[in-house]
Write a protein that binds this ligand. Structure first.
Ligand SMILES: O=C(O)CCC(=O)C(=O)O
Length: 276
């Protein structure tokens, strides 16, 4: 089954910075990704950013660049319809993988995912940067659905990266170098009524496509009977170049690229091209 993107999806992505795409990923792929997530939880690689909340309830499992460790993640990033959908959103003739990331909020993990935009975390500039967040569970306001500030990808505001989860007691700093050109994220959560916040309930297999500059966050998983497993894959197009600014996440630094280079090497491989 092939997913067909329609013009209104492309318009919503461009205007709002995020769009819900229904039923993109088949049950077969969901099962393969779900199995790979369980393997990763048991035996995570070096970029694992899991935490246990201080209230002792629940657990968050996060990890990235997992496509390099597990053939199922690798297959998902390369072989699903997602690279082609990215090409249509970008209107480009080439798509590269940026990286993939797991976000599992076990039942009772009440921690929010803080409001942030992604590109300040990543060594990439340009407009062709998209993430596809896949729901593996029914996802609602009660168990941590994603939320977006509509149109914030057009603000051109770069917010200082901060740690995703709790800083463990005894640890110091956020883990991200301060960038003097970045600003501190305003307290959106305390002033929600001032922002145009959009969100969708999701069924397993639904995907949200969102721009690398769109401000987003997610609720906690307040349910004690359902997980909230998300798996995001991020791609770049022709309008994207390597730009390792201060504050960039270290696992995405690639020593063989220099500032201004196209995103194109073993870490950021081509996954789709019209020329193939
Ligand atoms: O799943 C979450 O809680 C956060 C996801 C996210 O921030 C992302 O995919 O960029």
């Amino acid at each position: 089954m092939t997913f067909t993107l329609v013009q209104s999806d492309i318009d919503a992505y461009k205007n709002d910075g995020a769009v819900l795409l229904k039923n993109v990923i088949s049950r077969k792929w969901l099962d393969r990704v779900a199995g790979a997530i369980e393997r990763d939880i048991l035996d995570p690689g070096p970029f694992c950013h899991s935490y246990e909340p201080e209230d002792g309830q629940g657990r968050f499992h996060g990890n990235l660049r997992t496509w390099q460790n597990d053939p199922e993640f690798h297959a998902y990033c390369f072989e699903t319809d997602l690279p082609k959908i990215a090409a249509q959103l970008f209107n480009t003739d080439k798509v590269n993988l940026l990286y993939d990331q797991i976000f599992v909020k076990e039942p009772g993990t009440a921690n929010r995912t803080r409001w942030h935009n992604d590109q300040p975390y990543w060594p990439v500039s340009g407009q062709d940067v998209v993430s596809f967040w896949l729901a593996l569970d029914q996802t609602t306001e009660e168990n941590g659905r994603l939320e977006f500030v509509r149109g914030s990808h057009k603000w051109d505001r770069w917010f200082q990266p901060e740690n995703f989860g709790e800083i463990k007691k005894g640890a110091d700093g956020s883990g991200y170098e301060e960038n003097p050109d970045y600003e501190k994220m305003p307290d959106i959560e305390a002033n929600r009524e001032e922002y145009d916040i959009i969100a969708w309930d999701m069924d397993p297999g639904d995907v949200i496509a969102f721009h690398g500059m769109t401000v987003h966050g997610a609720g906690g998983n307040y349910r004690d009977d359902i997980r909230r497993r998300g798996y995001t894959v991020r791609y770049t197009g022709a309008d994207a170049w390597y730009d390792p600014r201060p504050g960039t996440a270290q696992p995405l630094i690639s020593p063989d690229l220099k500032n201004g280079d196209p995103m194109n090497n073993d870490l950021f491989p081509v996954v789709w091209t019209q020329r193939i």
